[in-house]
Design a protein. Structure first.
Length: 260
């Protein structure tokens, strides 16, 4: 599929696929190390493995997330000086149940810091799901609702737990990256297989999007998140020693998040 078609899919349907971003002969090593480190640093109960700030523990996907192929795509939408806003290791273990349909930060109305619905019709934040095992319907390829990024809000309350008309699952070979607009309604799908589904979730932001509400210790996190109900996504800072050891290609994308 051409670059232009991928961009059109993202803008019109809310998502697209970039295939082979991690080459087939390299993806197994990335998967094994991500799976190991998600379970080593997970704070949730199996079958949910979810580790925000994953670059602190594992850098195996970093060179791909900062590759020219990825950045050319993201920069074609945001321009230069893009940032990685979140880098999360995910293992959806066998047996994980379906989750609620939602939009991601900064649109998620459940977070303390959010863009007020009705959403502006503009792409502000990009979510990328890196398939490290093949994603299938059986093992819980993420559920998405094509075109839902054009709707004014995500389902609220218990509504998100109901299947939505037209929903599909993100499927593809390991090494594929599914790219979606953060407004797109999506949810965890049940993993009905006998194997864990392994991924990293990398979110990209333009330089002008305020990421401080995600960062404990900043004035905006204190005033907008903590001083209200305190509920929102948190991205732990990178310490200087970890940052210095990151591949040089990814450093400009995460430099803003180094602990002062
Ligand atoms: O793991 C998945 O398939 C979806 C994850 C998700 O919905 C999220 O992190 O916002």
């Amino acid at each position: 599929m051409s670059f232009d078609q991928q961009r059109r899919d993202l803008l019109e349907n809310g998502f697209c696929y970039l295939e082979g971003v991690i080459p087939p002969d390299e993806v197994a090593a990335v998967r094994d190390s991500v799976e190991r480190d998600v379970w080593a640093h997970n704070t949730l109960e199996r079958p949910t493995g979810y580790v925000p700030g994953f670059l602190r523990y594992n850098q195996s996907a970093a060179p791909y997330a900062a590759s020219r192929r990825m950045l050319d795509f993201v920069e074609s939408l945001f321009g230069p000086h893009v940032r990685i806003s979140m880098f999360t290791g995910i293992v959806n273990g066998r047996g994980i149940p379906r989750g609620a349909l939602h939009s991601d930060w900064p649109y998620n109305q459940g977070g303390a810091a959010h863009v007020l619905a009705p959403y502006p019709d503009a792409l502000l934040h990009i979510v990328t799901m890196w398939m490290l095992t093949d994603f299938t319907e059986e093992n819980g390829g993420t559920i998405v609702v094509p075109g839902s990024h054009k709707r004014p809000c995500h389902p609220l309350g218990g509504e998100g737990l109901k299947p939505a008309s037209g929903e599909v699952q993100l499927t593809g070979k390991a090494g594929t990256v599914a790219v979606f607009d953060a407004r797109l309604w999506h949810s965890v799908a049940e993993n009905r297989s006998d194997r864990d589904r392994v991924a990293v979730l990398v979110r990209y932001a333009p330089w002008w999007l305020n990421l401080d509400t995600l960062r404990p210790g900043t004035i905006d996190h204190q005033d907008i998140v903590v001083a209200n109900d305190g509920k929102d996504s948190v991205v732990p800072a990178l310490d200087r020693a970890t940052y210095d050891k990151l591949p040089a290609s990814i450093q400009p994308l995460v430099r803003y998040s180094v602990a002062q």
